[in-house]
Every structure is written in C-alpha cells, then in structure tokens.
Design a protein around this ligand. Structure first.
Ligand SMILES: Cc1ncc(COP(=O)(O)O)c(C=O)c1O
Length: 369
C-alpha cells in the first residue's frame, strides 16, 4: 500500500473519517429540522466521496455541470437537480439523461429560458434572496411559471441560494442569512401557489445557511456541498473549525531563501488555486495554512505567495514563531481557503485515515462541463 510519501507532488489528500464526521454533523442537523439533504456534488465531484453520505446508496443530489450529472447517472443516481441556469444549447444532454430514466430538473429565472424548454422537462424557478447572483423576485415567480406551462414544461417549485452568507461573520449573521433565505423561498412558493401552481419543491441552501438554519418550515430540501470538505473561509466565519478540514494539498519543499524568510515548495497556484478567500476576513490566511505530513499545523506558517508551480511558505505578518527547519524533500500539507477551487485543480484524491499516512484508496474526480 502506498503512503503520502509516495505519489508525485503536488496532490490532494482527503481524510475520509473527517468527511464522514462532517456528513454526520449536517445530516443530524437537517434531520432535526425535518428536511431532506440534496447534497451538492460540485465541491467534491466524486462518486466515491458522495458514497460516504448515505452508506453508498444513491440519494437526491445537486450538480453544477452536466458532466457531474452524467457521471452520477452512470453510478445509479436518478434524482438530480442541475442548479445552474439552463442554457438552451445544453438541452439535448438534458433530454438524453431524462430518456435514460434520470429525473433531471433544470433551473431558470427568465421567460426566455422557460419557453425554450421541451415539454415535460421539470424546472425550478431561481429566486434571488440576497442580491448575490441571478434569480427573480418572489412576486415574479408566477410569470416564469406561466411561461413554463405555456410550452408544456413543468414548474416544479423554487430554488434560492444565499451566496452572501459566505460573508456573514458569526452566529447571529449566519442565522439571519438562513432565516432570510428560507423566507424568500417560501414567499416565492406561496406566490406560485396563489397563481394556481403546486410548487411541491422549495429548495434552499449553502453550507453556512444549512448549518445555521433553526427553522425550515415551508422548505422541502437543503442543498450544500462544501460542508463535506470545509475550508479556511468556512472556518473564518465560524461554520467549522480548522480541524474539520478534510482535504489538503501535499507539496514538497524545493528550496529556501533565508534572506527573505521563505521556504519554497512545488505547490504553486496550479495546485492550490488562486483563491485568497480569507483576505477579506478577520484573519487573512493568504494561500493557506501549512501542516506537516501528519496534519500537525506549524505555528504562524502560511503559504504566503504563489506562482504557477511555486509556493512560498513564510511566517505570517505579525507572527512570532520561528521559521521551521524543513529541509529540501520535506513534504507539507496546505489547508486551502476554498475547497471547491482547490479541488478543481486536481483529477484525483488520495484517501487517508486520521493520523496515518497510508493511502487506502485513490478516487477520481469528475472534470469538465
Ligand atoms: C445553486 C447552489 N446551491 C447550493 C450551493 C451550496 O454550496 P456550498 O455548500 O458550497 O455553500 C451552491 C454553491 O455555489 C449553489 O450554487
């Protein structure tokens, strides 16, 4: 069996026990609120990781690409929500999946998208809850539903995503974001029902709001994806702790610049992504925190800078720890700011157990669109 000392760096390590614990935490919370989890597979993009969620049984999922939908359909998942506004040129692939018996629902927020749908295709209407991205106002949902009905497509309900919750800091702000997300979704569903549509699906979700919702009356399902891996952005707003991060980038020390206080690695932004998501938070973690190969964090050490294939490790601004002695060839683990972006740089996961370097599986990731 190989260990984290073996694969060529940089590569991803995933701790499956941490993923399971993260899954249990959200599962229990949502069970307590009486709603179904429709896990978003956009972060992990892995059938194997998703299998950690429901003892390997296919369950309802959300996807961000049709490539994810196709890969999960091939693995036996048949209740799939494609939660990016539908582009008409993607409809042949949507229909091909539906013809294979997959109950694939699409998302839209305009009359133009609605009237382009073929008859029989179910759609959720995207509702804006916080000005983050697309979506109609709740009171405008019936107009889109009427356009869907006019072409024989199926208005199945509403969806909203509290994208601004990633900038909510602290429990009160997170709880408020969750309550607002629910209120806007329920308002839109009520508007649809008042206009004569059933709107059986009321779908909300983001990792922060999923964890901080206290009352989901009127909601039928919650979507979240990041919660399986978590990252420093989530830790920075208090949704998890650094110990809950399940995925790291393994890199090798390739040099030193003592004059500058730098340790160089072969893990540049191609390995971590350019995401500096904590820069706007109270603690800027630069490109990520740094741990040894067994997962123990180095005091005050961050990945301070990055070029394409070089990472620069240094003591954070204001840090008091000494630069650790990491000879050339030493492997380190970088804890990422944004798990979705970091994972997207790689095509597989090396799966380990806590406190062990043994790699007991290599799981592929789904790539492309
Ligand atoms: C439509 C939609 N639903 C749910 C999510 C939840 O994602 P996360 O768990 O990463 O917050 C996202 C994230 O971008 C999304 O776009």
């Amino acid at each position: 069996m190989s260990t984290l000392d073996d694969p060529g760096t940089p590569f991803l390590a995933v701790d499956a026990a941490v993923v399971r614990a993260n899954a249990d935490r959200l599962g229990k919370h949502l069970d307590g609120l009486g709603v179904t989890l429709r896990a978003h597979v956009k972060t992990t993009k892995s059938v194997d990781v998703a299998a950690l969620l429901h003892d390997g049984r296919p369950a309802p999922i959300t996807v961000s690409t049709l490539a994810e939908a196709e890969a999960f359909a091939a693995a036996g998942y048949h209740d799939i929500l494609y939660a990016v506004g539908i582009a008409p040129d993607k409809l042949p692939r949507v229909l091909a999946l539906r013809d294979r018996g997959v109950d694939l629902t699409v998302l839209l927020d305009s009359v133009a998208q609605a009237v382009a749908l073929p008859a029989g295709v179910p759609a959720l209407i995207e509702v804006d809850c916080d000005g983050h991205r697309g979506g109609v106002q709740p009171s405008d949902a019936p107009t889109v539903a009427e356009a869907l009905a006019s072409v024989g497509a199926v208005p199945r309900g509403v969806l909203t995503h509290a994208g601004e919750s990633y900038f909510a800091d602290g429990d009160d702000a997170l709880r408020a974001a969750a309550a607002h997300e629910r209120d806007r979704a329920v308002q839109a569903a009520l508007a649809l029902r008042a206009a004569g549509f059933e709107a059986p699906v009321v779908s909300v979700g983001s990792t922060p709001t999923a964890h901080f919702a206290t009352d989901l009356t009127g909601v039928t399902e919650v979507r979240a994806g990041n919660f399986l891996f978590f990252d420093l952005v989530m830790a920075g707003i208090g949704v998890c702790t650094v110990a809950d991060l399940a995925m790291t980038v393994v890199a090798t020390v390739i040099g030193h610049r003592p004059d500058k206080g730098w340790i160089l690695t072969d893990g540049g932004w191609m390995a971590t992504s350019r995401d500096l998501g904590t820069a706007r938070q109270r603690v800027d973690q630069r490109y990520g925190l740094v741990a040894d190969l067994d997962g123990t964090l180095f005091d005050d050490l961050v990945m301070a800078d990055a070029s394409q294939e070089h990472g620069i490790l240094a003591i954070r601004a204001g840090g008091t720890a000494a630069l650790p002695d990491l000879p050339v060839g030493t492997r380190v683990r970088i804890l990422p700011n944004h798990a979705c972006a970091t994972a997207a740089q790689h095509d597989r996961y090396h799966v380990v157990a806590p406190g062990s370097r043994a790699v007991h599986a290599v799981w592929p990731r789904i790539r492309g669109w």
